[in-house]
Design a protein around this ligand. Sequence first.
Ligand code: COA
Length: 390
Amino acid sequence: MKTGIDLISFYTSRYFLPLQTLADKRGVDVGKFHVGLGQERMAVPPPDEDVVTMAASAAKPLLDKVDKSSVSLLLFATESGVDQSKAAGLFVHKLLGLPSRCRVVELKEACYSGTAAFRFAAALMEGRPEENALVICSDIARYDLGSPGEPTQGCGAVAAIVNAAPRLLTFDDASGLHAEDVMDFWRPNYRDEALVDGKYSAKMYLNIVALTWTHYVEQTGLDVDDFERICYHLPFTNMARKAQAQLFRAAGIKRPSDAQIDEKVAQTLGYNRLTGNCYTASLYEGFACLLDTCEADLSGKRIGFFSYGSGCMGEFFSGVVQDGYRAHLFADNHKALLDNRLELSYQAYEDIFNLKVPEDGWEYVFAQYRTGPFRFGGVSDHKRHYEEVE
Ligand code: COA
């Protein structure tokens, strides 16, 4: 019996800024954002939305389909944590009413930790057909106003059930791995915005595509043609095209055509183009997009995954799509969410960006914005309060 992904659900903020608006304000040709980066909109979280509320909102639809009492593991991957000690997953555990006989922990390694969560969950669910693991990747990508990273901001969460009888995808055993201590992107504890050497980060990402692919091929003997599609970590969607070209080169195809590249990656990009980077969630947002929107039947087909976390850690792994997967998707929810967001003006975006959670520990109640079923209500005595709104 193979473990894997049983259900997958995505959530993002109900607000967005068109990159046309940002381009006009910054005096940049919008072609740089739309074509050069491959981004069209960025999701902007209101002040009463954070990684906890996005995570709980992503996970809620899953728990209508599995028995809550069977959830014995909750792994929460994020690099936008709300506390230095307490796991964000414990707030989610309460909001969702999960059982107390459950192991809850938060994982961090930049955008990679979501993959660690999926792989750990799959290993822990082996031989436990009665149990379910809830894996959540939730992040807010923030860079300084006016910085090169600004147009790649975004936010979102992916929640998935991992178990021993997966209805969507079984994981293959092999993993191509690469770890190395580099400073390409980081966020010191005293900063809300990430620091990034963007060009260096993209270079490391591409190097590690080739290194992890080579390690994976050593274990499996598979070739690029054995993959129907490949999902990549998406700091912006054109990164996947660069990555696929790199993987082709590593596989001996020196000059792949745009059509060859698009065939492998294009159908994973639609959601990220409209949300921006969601760090840990981006790779799995791409996978959800592929399952939801790919017209071709993917049943029985092998999908590749490349996960990259700055700092850095990379992994290439794979899985096989299960027969009947289409009956278990949340494609309509995802479409409605992306279709019904509110457009922000530039000024509203900057005002929201500059609002900070007060750090003096006094009593604060936050105004209510449009959110999902859960919101961050305020702070008192240094404690965050979450509430259900729907
Ligand atoms: N029309 C079409 N394309 C245009 C354009 C225009 N008017 N103007 C620029 N471009 C293209 C550039 O040629 C470039 O394409 P290429 O990468 O294929 O060469 C692309 O748009 C980006 O332009 P560039 O000048 O390289 O952008 P930048 O230096 O301002 O920043 C990043 C790009 C990725 C470095 C920046 O967005 C960043 O730091 N992002 C955050 C970190 C990150 O995403 N890291 C990736 C690894 S995880």
